[in-house]
Ligand binder design. Structure first.
Ligand code: NAP
Length: 247
């Protein structure tokens, strides 16, 4: 069974057969480190024209190889229009595993236009010796799994925070790339501005500095966000791990 990378490589190879002066244009639905790495690789290979699409959630996104477009397409119809108007030959969904709406839209739009869709899988993290995970299937279950008086590192996007607002008996430490547009819904919290680190030592030092007792995160997979999971293992902290079910 070919890996997604193999499949992409083979698509690149077949699309270059009988290549004319105009290179086929591929659209990467991005916003992840995997998408950035793929864009860099395809641009380096030089066989296709690469456009990465970002939702526009961060004000200063990291630089990307190839062209970049920013902002929603306007649902399935908008994506269909974009694909047709821009003569896209291949779509690669390299979005975050919890970004489910854009992935569903990509399936529908590619189905309607007949354009090929490749999905980059990002394997889930697996519990390792030393991990103390409480796996939950919903935000509500994550919120109720926390003991009173806990100091929690809440590694979730801003759209997921409201579910924890009723836990006025806990203190939350939240990290965001950009300052929030609206106040956070917590009675007691610290807001940190910055990105997740793959460096377990840096994440552990941060947890110690803030006297963290619990980590709440989603099972996103990938390397960039794994530093915090390693740090929790190193410090023996319980982790409330949200699985990849819809919520
Ligand atoms: P989502 O719920 O699946 O998408 C919501 C809407 O945002 C989509 O319907 C689409 O708007 C727009 N959108 C999302 N990704 C887009 C993209 N790559 N290019 C253009 N428009 C996009 O997604 P989300 O959870 O808000 O995540 C947004 C982006 O952040 C994704 O690209 C994802 O890879 C990245 N990201 C998400 C997370 C996360 O925790 N969810 C973490 C890290 C990075 P229209 O319907 O108007 O087209």
């Amino acid at each position: 069974m070919p890996t997604p990378s193999d499949a992409i490589r083979s698509k690149t190879e077949s699309s270059s057969q009988g290549q004319s002066a105009v290179r086929p244009k591929w659209l990467i639905l991005g916003g992840t480190e995997q998408a950035a790495a793929l864009a860099a690789r395809l641009v380096n290979q030089g066989e296709v024209e690469v456009v990465t699409s970002l939702a526009g959630r961060t004000s200063d996104p990291a630089p990307l190889a190839g062209a970049v477009r920013i902002g929603g397409f306007g649902g399935i119809d908008g994506l269909v229009r974009y694909l047709r108007e821009n003569d896209i030959a291949q779509v690669i969904d390299a979005t975050h595993p919890f970004a489910t709406r854009i992935s569903r839209n990509a399936v529908a739009a590619c189905g309607e236009t007949g354009i090929s869709l490749q999905v980059l899988d990002r394997p889930e993290w697996r519990r390792q010796p030393g991990d103390d995970w409480r796996e939950v299937a919903s935000l509500e279950a994550a919120a109720t799994a926390l003991p009173a008086g806990a100091k929690i590192f809440l590694a979730l996007g801003r759209q997921y925070l409201q579910a924890f607002a009723a836990r006025t008996d806990c203190h939350f430490v939240v990290r965001m790339i950009d300052p929030p547009a609206t106040p956070l819904p917590f009675a007691r919290f610290d807001l940190l501005l910055g990105r997740a680190s793959a460096d377990a030592g840096a994440e552990a030092a941060l947890f110690e500095r803030h006297h963290i007792t619990h980590l709440v995160c989603r099972n996103s997979g990938g390397e960039a966000g794994y530093g915090k999971v390693l740090a929790a293992r190193e410090l023996g902290l319980p982790v409330v791990m949200l699985g990849r079910t819809k919520f």
